[in-house]
Design a protein around this ligand. Structure first.
Ligand code: NCD
Ligand code: ZN
Length: 356
């Protein structure tokens, strides 16, 4: 009784209710790792665009359908979650296979990884000219192209690879295929923000939770920090500021895509550590923290739940989710069945709790 009298009554400012969101870019992996990570995404998001960079990559309709079934089987009974599958473009992928997968509803989009740009991209595209017929087919059936926007040349500084990609690859692709809908994934630079803002209606971009919070200094704070390493790599602070402004701007060309990418702790804390940040356990809380810092909590719903479906031409979700303002300690390590993963925000407290 005393408690209820003395505790401050919850106010509207302590509860944030928004339309159920989607994650427009996530890595759910396979096997034990899939079992480990899938529900972190499924509990927060109604749908997710699932990346196809498995080994071997998802290149056929049958592989896409089988992977979708494995994802659904990895979830707890009764979890309502729709994985939206993607095809991994290779130099030799058959345009008709991609089209069949799209028309049957297995594939929602195709993903372009420049060969060797990132984790599991060895089978990616060595020269975008090689996939011209696929891009042509995709444009004709209105199938979206999702892009890992980095060139891979060793001559180009790693911090410049995204900006150079815009000029050398994406610009020419969009010129050749003016009706192709393109999502520039996990943007990290002011250059990309400008490219998308100034581009036609056919281009949009996803922004991760972590690129809204870290800059390149976070990889070297008092020593090398493998858990802040992802690709595209975090850039200078002014780029992060441009991303934050774009995310809260209300411009529907920018929407949520976590790029949550789990790797075993031992694979990250290594002489040659893997790229990827596992943000799924704390994704919405992290975005809410950033939007609140920007004085823009009222813009979170558009970014998380409305602009993605609008671009993908899918219905918005019906239900709602609630975040409550309450300090939430994030564990240093998540473990299960021999898997150990350090999540984003490990060891910190975030100010919001996802309540479902
Ligand atoms: C991703 C992964 O681990 O699959 N890693 C990452 O740093 N984002 C691949 C990717 O999206 O680049
Ligand atoms: Zn990714």
């Amino acid at each position: 009784m005393t408690d209820t009298l003395t505790a401050p009554a919850p106010t509207d400012a302590d509860v944030l209710t928004i339309r159920r969101p989607d994650d427009w870019h996530v890595h759910l992996r396979d096997g034990e790792m899939l079992n480990f990570c899938a529900d972190y995404t499924a509990r927060q998001f109604a749908r997710a665009i699932v990346m196809p960079n498995l080994v071997p990559p998802i290149t056929t309709e049958a592989m896409g359908a089988a992977y979708r079934d494995r994802i659904l089987a990895a979830l707890p009974e009764g979890r309502a979650f729709e994985p939206l599958m993607t095809a991994y473009l290779t130099d030799t992928i058959d345009p008709d296979e991609v089209a069949r997968g799209f028309q049957s509803g297995v594939f929602t989009a195709c993903k372009l990884y420049p060969a060797n740009a990132t984790t599991n991209s060895a089978s990616g595209v060595s020269d975008v000219k090689k996939i011209w017929p696929v891009l042509d087919k995709m444009q004709s059936i209105d199938m979206p192209l999702l892009v890992h926007g980095e060139v891979v040349s060793a001559d180009i500084d790693i911090f410049d690879r995204e900006a150079v990609f815009l000029e050398q690859v994406l610009g020419p692709v969009m010129k050749a295929f003016p009706r192709l809908r393109v999502v520039l994934e996990h943007i990290t630079t002011e250059d990309s923000v400008r490219f998308v803002e100034q581009g036609p209606e056919t281009i949009a971009a996803t922004i991760t939770a972590h690129h809204l919070r870290i800059d390149r200094n976070d990889m070297f704070k008092g020593g090398i920090r493998p858990h802040a390493y992802c690709l595209p790599v975090a850039k200078r602070r002014h780029h992060r500021e441009a991303l934050r402004k774009a995310a809260v701007s209300g411009n529907p060309k920018f929407f949520l895509g976590t790029d949550s990418a789990p790797h075993q702790r031992s694979d990250k804390e290594s002489a040659c550590g893997c790229a990827g940040i596992f943000s799924a356990p704390v994704a919405l809380e992290s975005y809410a923290k950033t939007f609140e810092e920007m004085g823009a909590l009222d813009r979170l719903e558009g970014f998380a739940s409305e602009f993605g479906p609008r671009f993908y031409q899918l219905p918005m979700n019906e239900g709602q989710i609630t975040l409550r303002r309450k300090s939430q300690p994030i564990p240093e390590l998540l473990t299960a069945d021999g898997i150990e993963i350090v999540p984003f925000h490990a060891g910190e407290a975030v100010a919001w709790v996802f309540e479902g």
